[in-house]
Design a protein around this ligand. Sequence first.
Ligand SMILES: *[C@@H]1O[C@H](CO)[C@@H](O)[C@H](O)[C@H]1NC(C)=O
Ligand SMILES: *[C@@H]1O[C@H](CO)[C@@H](O)[C@H](O)[C@H]1NC(C)=O
Ligand SMILES: *[C@@H]1O[C@H](CO)[C@@H](O)[C@H](O)[C@H]1NC(C)=O
Ligand SMILES: *[C@@H]1O[C@H](CO)[C@@H](O)[C@H](O)[C@H]1NC(C)=O
Ligand SMILES: *[C@@H]1O[C@H](CO)[C@@H](O)[C@H](O)[C@H]1NC(C)=O
Ligand SMILES: *[C@@H]1O[C@H](CO)[C@@H](O)[C@H](O)[C@H]1NC(C)=O
Ligand SMILES: *[C@@H]1O[C@H](CO)[C@@H](O)[C@H](O)[C@H]1NC(C)=O
Ligand SMILES: *[C@@H]1O[C@H](CO)[C@@H](O)[C@H](O)[C@H]1NC(C)=O
Length: 910
Amino acid sequence: MALICFWVSCFLCLELSSLAFSNPDGFLSLSCGGTADFVDSSAIPWVSDGDYIATGNTTSVEYLEGTSSSSVPLRFFPNSGGRKCYRLPLANNVSSSVVLLRAQFVYKNYDGLGKPPAFSVSLGTAITSSVNLTASDPWSEEFVWPVGKETASFCLLPIPGAGDPVISSVEVRPLPRGAYQGGVGDFPFKSLRKAYRINSGYTNGSLRYPVDPYDRIWDADENYNPFHVSSGFNVFLGLNTSTVAEDPPVSVLQTARVLARSDVLTYNLPLGVPADYYIVLYFAGILPVSPAFDVVVNGDMVELDYSVQMGEAYALYLTRKAIDNLNLTLRSTRFYPQINGIEVYQIVDIPLEASSTTVSALQVIQQATGLELGWEDDPCSPSEWVHVGCEGSLVTSLELSDVNLRAISPTFGDLLDLKTLDLHNTSLAGEIQNLGSLQQLETLNLSFNQLTSFGGELGKLVGLQVLDLQNNSLEGVVPDRLGELENLHLLNLENNKLQGTLPESLNKESLEVKASGNICVSFSAMTCNDASSNPSIETPQVTIFAKKNPENRNHLAIIVGAAGGSLLALLVISVALLLYTRKDRTEVPFEQRDGIDMIHMKSWNSARVFSYKEIKSATNNFKQVIGRGSFGSVYHGKLVDGKLVAVKVRFDRSQLGAESFINEVHLLSRIRHQNLVCLEGFCYESKQQILVYEYLPGGSLADYLYGSKSSNSQKVSLSWIRRLKIAVDAAKGLEYLHNGSDPRIIHRDVKCSNILLDKDMNARVCDFGLSKQLVQSDASHVTTVVKGTAGYLDPEYYSTQQLTEKSDVYSFGVVLLELICGREPLCHTGTPDSFNLVLWAKPYLQAGALEIVDDNLKGTFDVESMRKASMVAVRCVDRDASERPTIAQVLAELKEAYSIQLAYLASCDL
Ligand SMILES: *[C@@H]1O[C@H](CO)[C@@H](O)[C@H](O)[C@H]1NC(C)=O
Ligand SMILES: *[C@@H]1O[C@H](CO)[C@@H](O)[C@H](O)[C@H]1NC(C)=O
Ligand SMILES: *[C@@H]1O[C@H](CO)[C@@H](O)[C@H](O)[C@H]1NC(C)=O
Ligand SMILES: *[C@@H]1O[C@H](CO)[C@@H](O)[C@H](O)[C@H]1NC(C)=O
Ligand SMILES: *[C@@H]1O[C@H](CO)[C@@H](O)[C@H](O)[C@H]1NC(C)=O
Ligand SMILES: *[C@@H]1O[C@H](CO)[C@@H](O)[C@H](O)[C@H]1NC(C)=O
Ligand SMILES: *[C@@H]1O[C@H](CO)[C@@H](O)[C@H](O)[C@H]1NC(C)=O
Ligand SMILES: *[C@@H]1O[C@H](CO)[C@@H](O)[C@H](O)[C@H]1NC(C)=O
């Protein structure tokens, strides 16, 4: 009935909507499916819900209740699969720590089918209630919700076969800070669902805004059992309510149910299915006496001789576990028992959110699939994302198939809780990689792909029980280390290109090995021509590059990608070439490999050849680590001549083939540019591949933006002009790699920690060229193993598996966004929509909205300069590589932004 009055009044005041009513503080009132904004009879403005939800159909329904008819707009969700969510802003007014959220659901046979639907409702990660419009139509739900984030997802979850969810209004009302927290432990992890809110002793209808400034609806005290025992008192004495955090309206407290003729006052309130409840009882000294009474709840004495002083107001907070009925009894000890208000809430647990690392990794994967999977909010709660399975808040399974992932990207390695990973038929090629961190993994299904190599990490998956690699292109022999997986009981290798004897370690009772459909694999060396001596499983990639200008051809002019059996042949060729160009004989023993004496030269271009002894002494026996990358550690060193150097020592497993290493060193030694970190020399001895770079004392850009991880230096705030200068410098370095060097080089790992600063704050790009394949000068792309860094990797890489110069431009765009916003590309705090810098910042910057600019820069930059830089950053991170500018264009734009800011600073100085 209250609802109908409400809608009638809304209807009446439609014509008032042009009048300017100001919205009460923080109120949000959505008319679901409504077409026009209006102001209701309480002067609360209502708006259409279109800005807060993207799905659903709208209609309205006329219905009669009592003597009046009204038209109620509504939104319904036909044939809906997943949850349908409103994204509600909560922090309009940060002064509130809890909000009231109220929703109304009306069916009234709007579709003429006579089938009222039933569905669930969720708020944040919690399923808060089920709505059953057969049981009551309209249906109302109300929640007290702890504000943890800027927005809350309020969703309708269809129940299969129970009809289309429908909703007619949503209201958000901030509540007084600290309200509804007395007595509820663990509050941020609980929400309250309203069961009763009774204005005791008041019988003339319900009260709400503006009587209650928080717009709680206080129902009249007439429908509650036993309701006939007394009429309320209504005496007003000037109550002091400041002691009650809920700030109940004085009009509510000034009426009470008082029992003058009996010693016992009772409310008996049915609650439905057993659950935990939170009860707030309000008492106010409105009588000229100070009564006292025992408070008994469901037979338990909760307060003995509770007394109420004249002029004072009190709240009593109680929780009761697993009750389905509330029997509240006040037993007089002095004067008459009385009560002024009652609120009863069901306590709803709010499930923990999944780890933000997991969420952002999944979002990156969603991006890689190129599909709209509807992966929003939390992967586990209130309902699991499609293709994702959870245990509590842990993501334990991921099953994707029939998409084009191309390679197992490093992002998969972030899904640390996975027990099941199924990526069958996802066009995976190359190596099985990046999964070594998944220590919980039990089932790995990579079947029906084009994987060619086992990679080096499967042996680390100690919990693995099922490994399905059928129907791939795996080559060579089956690695012995698979036998070390103690829990493995099914290994399917069918239909690959494997050959040779199966390792004896796999020949055990507990393990079923399926290996048919290969060239020849068996446990017996007799059965096949023994190919187990073929070591091609972990074939290093051999790289030979071709020079653009044949007339310039010098030694080492080469490069053709090859692998496998041709390794040896190539090695011989390249060594022959190297020997051919060698000037003098070596006195330092060089790496012996495959019986062939590798080269030695005193000096290559300007790069020096160091002996291992020299390196050891320069680094003081590898004493001070100044960095760690995916390829190895970097040590601080000092050469005999006093020059400071950074010494990069490769891990064994990341070592290149001898010829690749030599090739690359040769190439790197020729690259000289003021914005690139210069290679001083190298050492290739004692099975070590070591590169010696000049040392830049300023640290990396990442140290400046986020504080240094290796030393405990403080985070230093860089001005906008400094940031632009760094961006211009770095862009110059990249521009040289892309256009100035020969062959052209794709950096492949542009990121803040690869931009170093010298003592004068000039920026230089480091870590280029190395262990990444070099570009053939006439080729437009290079195909190789992903080594990019999460958050910086070109999304097109996932579908094309090609890294181009435009991939560097993408990564550089991410660096620009970091400079603008002062935050990391993947951050693990805040709301899920802000995890990924690119996804988060792009819409703002596209709209010219500069509120996301780093707080440290606010008020110190020229808007035009910032806008120019942000527009170029946005273009750099375009999903479509062909839409991205070239690095030369980026450089030109950045130079302009730099000049504008310079002019601005000059004008400020005047
Ligand atoms: C809901 O809207 C869609 C698109 O606007 C329309 O195709 C569909 O027929 C509508 N469904 C109903 C039941 O009105
Ligand atoms: C929040 O509410 C307080 C008073 O309730 C008001 O003074 C303040 O301006 C509001 N802030 C915002 C951002 O609306
Ligand atoms: C809804 O309520 C009706 C009657 O009150 C009941 O028959 C029906 O099973 C309920 N539906 C659901 C999905 O709970
Ligand atoms: C009940 O409220 C209505 C208006 O809401 C008012 O006109 C009427 O006088 C009230 N009755 C009593 C008994 O207070
Ligand atoms: C109300 O009560 C509080 C605490 O008991 C007291 O500090 C305050 O002065 C009182 N206010 C009035 C108006 O009596
Ligand atoms: C409520 O509790 C009181 C005292 O505990 C008891 O006398 C009364 O019978 C109860 N009423 C109901 C309906 O259970
Ligand atoms: C594999 O996925 C492709 C789409 O990527 C699909 O067309 C094909 O039918 C799938 N194959 C199998 C065997 O499921
Ligand atoms: C792996 O996926 C394929 C394709 O769906 C399926 O046929 C196979 O049974 C799966 N393997 C296991 C061990 O479940």
